[in-house]
Design a protein around this ligand. Structure first.
Ligand code: MTE
Length: 469
């Protein structure tokens, strides 16, 4: 769409054209005890608190979608608003960014992004309390626990956690040069109130031995290269400030199948790929995981490594230095939304530009800045950290878990930001840029760091504005 000089006399429309890029077309690539029982099967009533955000009204989908009918997930109803990013199967989806933003601080399970490497393991309702997982390897006291044990024998906690796929915003990288990954827009991120047991509490019972340095995790989904698995450092896992959790509820309901029902790991501040779903094994080791998905996924290789070259050079992949753990500082503009029209009718209507931002590794976003002159000058946006209201609320029971965020040092969640601009100043600009900085002064870079898997993409987020009569 051609850009031309605005004539103030006319009714003008500003249309956001390329914005965060349009919704992705499908990509052919396939990256490859009674009380306890009642607890796992019932919907816990909503608490009455209003001082912190509660989840949006949520309705579990009831209909199996047409594309899923010929896949191994043909038993699983899903929300039709989700945008499929890898053809029909496996299920990799994000919500339209404006829908995600409109949900507010907490995302409903049906619009929460999904990243599945294969089919979803099916668990009969009656078998859920008996779902078993092990804690093995370099431990004095190996454990085999059921979900029932986890709920009955451990302290359950509830707090909000933002999960982000390492591929969030990869689409922008694919536009520059095709990566090996599929095109996430900027909605590969979502937040929920997770309920579960602090991972460190379970590890303390298992008693890691001398020499133990890693926690390897394995899911129940058998994939072409084995079960999905990965690892994190043991000293992170035992640090309560890191917030790592074995979760069985999301927004007060049992986890939905796509999100790891009945049990998953949730790791705040790190890439979603470390938060293993359908958890079956925790293996304590002296070395990082040798699982195929730990090695060949979730890495940022040096930028000169091409897709072709990377295929023949396992040494690139084996180098643990390139494995991604903490998220990078990132932000995106939700409004103006894609293709949104802003009308300039004589007067100077004000427009609220809005979006989200997050830091990595528990770091907090301390500023969000916008520019309408290509980064020459910047304006500070207002930041709302809804997570703080949970901290201020102090210790209380929420959805069957104790909310004990107030003393934790780290931030586990995204924030929302906004800034008022006049429509005419937006009209006078060709694009709108946003960048965020965290409390370690990590600032989103101007330039993209392209890499073969297209992960951790976080340059200044830009939307373009075009004008039409
Ligand atoms: N765990 C298993 N078992 N299998 C998977 O495919 N995908 C990982 C992680 N855990 C995955 C998994 C990736 S890459 C991400 S980003 C998150 O799950 C996504 O979690 P969600 O689908 O609940 O949003």
């Amino acid at each position: 769409m051609a850009t031309h000089q605005l004539n103030e006399e006319d009714t003008k429309h500003l249309r956001r054209v390329s914005a965060d890029l349009p919704p992705s077309p499908p990509d052919s690539e396939h990256s490859d005890s009674e009380k306890a029982e009642a607890d796992t099967q019932q919907l816990i009533p909503r608490p009455s608190h209003t001082d912190f955000p509660l989840p949006p009204t949520s309705t579990e989908p009831t209909a199996v979608l047409e594309p899923d009918k010929k896949t191994p997930d043909s038993w699983l109803p899903r929300d039709p608003r989700l945008i499929r990013l890898t053809g029909v199967h496996p299920f990799n989806v994000e919500a339209p960014l404006s829908d995600l933003y409109n949900e507010g601080f907490l995302t409903s399970p049906e619009l929460f992004y999904v990243r599945n490497h294969g089919h979803v393991p099916r668990v009969e309702e009656a078998d859920i309390p008996d779902w078993e997982f092990t804690v093995e390897g370099l431990v004095e006291n190996p454990l085999t626990l059921t979900l029932r044990d986890l709920i009955a024998d451990y302290n359950n906690v509830t707090y909000p956690i933002t999960l982000v796929c390492a591929g969030n915003r990869r689409k922008e990288q694919n536009v520059v040069r095709k990566t090996k990954g599929f095109s996430w827009g900027a909605a590969g991120v979502s937040t929920a109130l997770f309920t579960g047991v602090v991972l460190g509490d379970v590890l303390a019972k298992a008693k890691p031995m001398r020499g133990a340095r890693y926690v390897c995790m394995e899911g129940a989904d058998k994939l072409p290269n084995g079960y999905y698995g990965t690892s994190v450092k043991l000293n992170w896992a035992v640090d309560p400030n890191k917030g790592m959790m074995l979760a069985h509820k999301m927004n007060g309901e049992m986890l939905r199948p796509d999100h790891g029902k009945p049990l998953r790991v949730v790791i705040p501040g790190q890439i979603g790929g470390r938060s293993v779903k359908w958890l079956k094994r925790l293996i304590i080791t002296s070395e990082p995981s040798d699982n195929w998905y730990h090695i060949y996924d979730n890495r940022v290789l040096p930028t000169m490594v091409s897709p072709e070259e990377s295929a023949n050079k396992p040494a690139w992949w084996m180098d643990e230095r390139y494995a991604i753990y903490d998220l990078s500082t990132n932000s995106a503009i939700a409004y103006p939304a894609h293709e949104e029209q802003l009308c300039l009718v004589g007067s100077e209507p004000s427009y609220r530009v809005k979006g989200y931002a997050y830091g990595g590794g528990g770091r907090r976003v301390t500023r969000v800045e916008l520019s309408i002159d290509k980064g020459v000058t910047w304006r500070l946006a207002n930041i709302d950290y809804a997570e703080d209201r949970y901290r201020e609320a102090g210790r209380q029971q929420l959805y069957g878990g104790e909310m004990d965020l107030e003393w934790r040092e780290n931030s586990f969640c995204w924030c929302f930001w906004n800034i008022d601009m006049t429509v005419s100043e937006l009209a006078a600009s060709n694009d709108l840029l946003v960048r965020a900085m965290d409390d370690s002064m990590n600032l989103q870079p101007r330039d993209m760091y392209w890499s073969v898997l297209g992960m951790m993409n976080n340059p200044w987020y830009r939307i373009t504005i075009s004008k039409e009569n």
